[in-house]
Design a protein around this ligand. Structure first.
Ligand SMILES: [Zn+2]
Length: 401
């Protein structure tokens, strides 16, 4: 039976309890956070199983979290978002505090933004939407194909269509660009997100490419990436933020991309771990290694495909396998989604489907290009929180606010 919970809007004056929003400080750890707030580290950390303990390592600098206190200032609940789907919920029950991982319930809206460039795409998007994230997704999607610096003139237009997740009326998580158009000296350039979740230009050629190699050759994937999954036996929410490759002990592990080794040592439940920093804020991690290849150490530059270590079972691991992670600016992403063998050119049936999708987006882009709607900024945060409540519904999201 899945325990679910209801989101309740709690306003200070009404309920005499107070929700406050904070940002996770740089370098803060979960344990220090507990101590700082006088919360019991035994119940909320040391007594947790290893998987839950590992979840606590997922808190990232700058993430907004919420604390609900009663009118005496006693902490009743805390919500710590781990990614855009799963969060840690700490709550008071009687005299004790409890830990659980619960899904983040959100809704996704498709939105659009259109502007006439007066300075640069970055400047105009930032100024008019107030969203760094929107500027980022726009710029990075076109990055490998266009040169914004030289070829944009005042009066060129840009349009973007994107999906944004909302939680209690507030945008959160990275928006996803669906389609965009930018003029450069009045010549139009397009980009589309295809069904395969890659970006293509109007000709059906892929425009972005971060090339990943398979870290273990010929190995079977024994566990896939998931930001949240309900474990049917343990009856709780978990996440697996990487891909597991089952392979015999001692099988060579290769760098998935060229980059600099920024970590090569033991690290808690990861066991022997290598982290490689790649271009564009990407980082790959290789865990449970038996050993490192000779000469592999922090600071060393490695090439894609180069052997860096050997499969093992160190750290929290039930048998020899490689736990492989891909992160972008600290955020775990599904390696299989980004893995690209070569830059792709759509052909045949795939191309036909793409053209259909493109036509649909072209119409929408055209519509927004010709409309005068203003971008609506979301109002600032106001004492809102998911409050834990307690219904028992099988698989049912209860979305009362
Ligand atoms: Zn794993």
């Amino acid at each position: 039976m899945i325990r679910f919970f209801i989101l309740l809007l709690s306003i200070t004056t009404l309920f005499a309890s107070q929700v406050q929003r904070y940002r996770w400080a740089n370098g803060e750890t979960y344990l220090v956070f507990l101590q700082k707030n006088n919360l019991p580290t035994r119940d909320l950390y040391y007594n947790l199983d290893k998987d839950d303990q590992r979840l606590t390592e997922e808190m990232r600098t700058g993430v907004h979290y919420q604390i609900l206190r009663d009118n005496n200032g006693t902490i009743e609940q805390i919500l710590l978002p781990l990614n855009d789907e799963l969060q840690i919920h700490l709550y008071k029950e009687g005299d004790n505090y409890k830990f659980e991982a619960i899904p983040i319930i959100s809704e996704t809206k498709t939105e659009a933004f259109h502007t006439t460039i007066t300075s640069s795409p970055m400047y105009n998007i930032l100024k008019e939407t107030g969203s760094k994230k929107l500027a980022q997704i726009f710029i990075s999607s076109f990055k490998n194909s266009l040169n914004f610096k030289n070829d944009i003139r005042k009066g060129d237009e840009l349009v973007m269509i994107y999906d944004q997740k909302y939680r209690l009326g507030h945008p959160f998580s990275m928006p996803v660009l669906k389609a965009a158009m930018i003029e450069m000296r009045k010549k139009r350039h397009y980009i589309y997100r295809n069904k395969d979740e890659r970006y293509y230009n109007e000709k059906g050629n892929e425009v972005e490419g971060f090339l990943l190699a398979r870290p273990v050759r010929g190995a079977r994937i024994s566990s896939y990436f998931t930001k949240r999954r309900y474990h049917p036996v343990l009856h709780k929410w978990k996440a697996h933020l990487g891909i597991d490759y089952a392979a015999r002990r001692g099988t060579p592990v290769r760098a998935a991309g060229s980059g600099r080794i920024i970590y090569a040592a033991r690290m808690g439940s990861y066991g022997n771990l290598i982290k490689i920093r790649h271009a564009d804020g990407y980082e790959t991690r290789y865990a449970h290694l038996k050993s490192f290849r000779r000469g592999i150490k922090r600071g060393k530059y490695v090439k894609k495909g180069q052997v860096i270590a050997y499969v093992g079972s160190t750290g929290r691991s039930t048998g020899p396998h490689l736990h492989f992670e891909l992160r972008k600016r600290g955020r775990a992403i599904n390696p299989l989604r980004v893995v690209q063998v070569t830059t792709k050119k759509l052909k045949g049936k795939e191309y036909k489907e793409f053209v259909k999708l493109k036509k649909k987006y072209d119409k929408e882009l055209e519509f927004h290009l010709n409309s005068d709607e203003k971008f609506k900024k979301t109002p600032p945060f106001q004492n809102m929180c998911y409050v834990h409540l307690l219904t028992k519904n099988d698989n049912e999201h209860n979305n009362s606010y």
